[in-house]
Design a protein around this ligand. Structure first.
Ligand SMILES: Nc1nc2c(ncn2[C@@H]2O[C@H](COP(=O)(O)OP(=O)(O)OP(=O)(O)O)[C@@H](O)[C@H]2O)c(=O)[nH]1
Ligand SMILES: [Mg+2]
Length: 461
């Protein structure tokens, strides 16, 4: 799997900037630099210290043309990002200088890196495990401080540590089983089953507590999927605009104004919210509106949180009531909008339809009640403050799925032990569990999946 050549890429974002960085990694990184770098200290690149930053010029070796004035860092493997020899050329930022620099190193023996290939090498060379490599993307794409802290924790190995701890217990169990099968005379069967049961339950508990952290982890990483739902004209787009503090969506007094789904991000007490404004849901003959209404329903299905909007300046009608049934089993906040106008909804009706729900009076037009709404959202999601220590371990859907499979396997294992079935059977599901956990850290993962994961990276990382 490991390719022993030298890769290069532009590691900074495209566009004009103070500096731009071209990064190289691999066995020829130093030799290539030797050819194109003229140090102002007049020393050859090979004579420069390891882990040093050096001033000089990049020269086209065939023509002697100066390409740019640069600072070059020289980092000898294995204590580098990729665990290979790494050179970083800091040249002037801007599209032309970095592009010329990249072309030059490519002409002199490097190959253009694939997306994420530097990090992939760090993984393949054993410097980090797969969950740590995945955390690198999460750090780069983090949308809030908390999201970034969680990703950093994972990058430092918090998840890997927990997984390895569980796998160690499983390995001990498997060893015990092997021994009992091979030397039955040395072991009293009951003891074996008792010990195994205790250990299996410990494994189950540990997996469960990791899984518990997964939902919050996902929210921190991808944003809480929040969908504004309500019949036409109740003020959904007005609410979106008020929360974003900008005129993002078109607002008119014509019911059926919003036809498509509008999405944007806001940050509430550190929680990234993906907030979705939808077409007002109603029966309609208009083809375009109908498509919008269908989309609204799909978004409602996938929502983590629904903001259900009612217009209290008009009496509740059948359309409101139909919608109430649709959101019944969802995490919902009921928002009574247009409270700046005289209300037409009685307290009795409110008690009858919304008992037990979180309810807030707002006016999207006047910006009233929005603080209370933000407060309610963070309370609902985290029961108050976010505690990173126990929420941040699992934030990746791939990890969550694997942990769920591991959980199922250990559950079956426990059943097999409790039924005193043959040890060979116990070990089958136990091995599955060990394997699923290993896929999180990349220990037992297929090449295919590794490629898929790194394909999501940006080039140069
Ligand atoms: N008085 C008052 N009017 C409001 C309030 N919120 C929205 N409106 C008005 O209600 C009308 C409809 O608002 P929109 O935000 O377009 O409603 P919508 O739910 O997005 O409507 P559709 O996209 O058609 O489903 C507009 O004329 C808004 O100015 C409010 O809090 N008070
Ligand atoms: Mg609208």
């Amino acid at each position: 799997m490991y390719v022993n050549d030298t890769i290069a890429a532009i590691s900074t974002a495209p566009g004009e900037a103070g500096i731009g960085i071209v990064r190289m990694s691999g066995k020829d990184a130093f030799a290539i630099t030797e050819k194109i770098f003229q140090s102002s200290s007049k020393k050859a690149f090979s004579a420069l210290n390891n882990r040093s930053i050096n001033h000089g010029f990049i020269i086209e070796p065939n023509t002697g043309t100066k390409i740019d004035e640069v600072l070059i860092s020289k980092m000898k493997g294995p204590h580098t990002y990729t665990a290979e020899d790494v050179v970083e050329i800091n040249c002037h930022g801007g599209t032309v200088p970095v592009k010329r620099m990249l072309e030059l190193v490519l002409r002199n023996g490097a190959r253009l890196a694939e997306p994420g290939e530097f990090t992939k090498r760090a993984f393949l060379n054993g410097r980090i495990d797969l969950s740590q490599a995945e955390a690198v993307i999460d750090v780069i794409t983090a949308k809030t401080n908390i999201g970034m802290e969680v990703a950093l924790g994972q990058l430092e190995g918090s998840l890997s540590y927990n997984i390895e701890e569980i796998r160690t217990i499983i390995i001990n169990m498997l060893a015990h089983i092997e021994a009992s099968i091979d030397y039955p005379e040395y072991d009293i069967e009951e003891v074996t089953y008792d010990t195994l049961l205790k250990q299996a339950e410990e494994v189950k508990e540990k997996i469960q507590s990791l899984l518990k952290s997964a939902d919050t982890g996902k929210i921190l990483r991808e944003g809480l999927n929040t969908v504004i739902v309500g019949k036409p004209n109740v003020g959904k787009s007005s609410l979106l605009n008020a929360l974003l503090k900008e005129g993002r969506a078109i607002v008119t007094d014509v019911p059926g104004t919003t036809r498509d789904v509008i999405e944007d991000y806001i940050n509430i007490n550190g929680i990234p919210l993906k907030i979705v404004d939808t077409a007002g849901i109603r029966e309609t003959q208009d083809i375009v509106e109908k498509i919008g209404v269908d989309k609204s329903r799909q978004h409602m299905e996938q929502a983590d949180l629904i903001l259900f909007l009612l217009d209290v300046s008009n009496p509740l009608d059948d359309e409101d009531k139909t919608l109430m049934k649709l959101v019944k089993n969802k995490k919902t906040i009921i928002l009574f909008n247009k409270t700046d106008l005289p209300t037409q909804v009685s307290q009795e009706e409110i008690n009858k339809y919304f008992e037990g729900k979180t309810m807030i009076e707002i006016s999207a037009l006047k910006g009233k009640g929005l603080d209370a709404l933000e407060e309610a959202i963070s309370t609902m999601v985290f029961g108050g403050q976010v505690a990173i220590s126990d929420t941040g371990l699992v934030s990746n859907i791939r990890h969550k799925n694997l942990l769920e499979s591991a959980f199922d396997s250990i559950d079956i294992t426990i059943g097999t032990i409790e039924d005193n079935l043959p040890l060979e059977l116990v070990s089958v599901d136990l091995k599955d569990c060990w394997d699923y956990l290993g896929q999180v850290t990349g220990d037992t993962v297929s090449e295919n999946i590794i490629d898929q994961i790194f394909a999501n990276f940006c080039i140069g990382k």
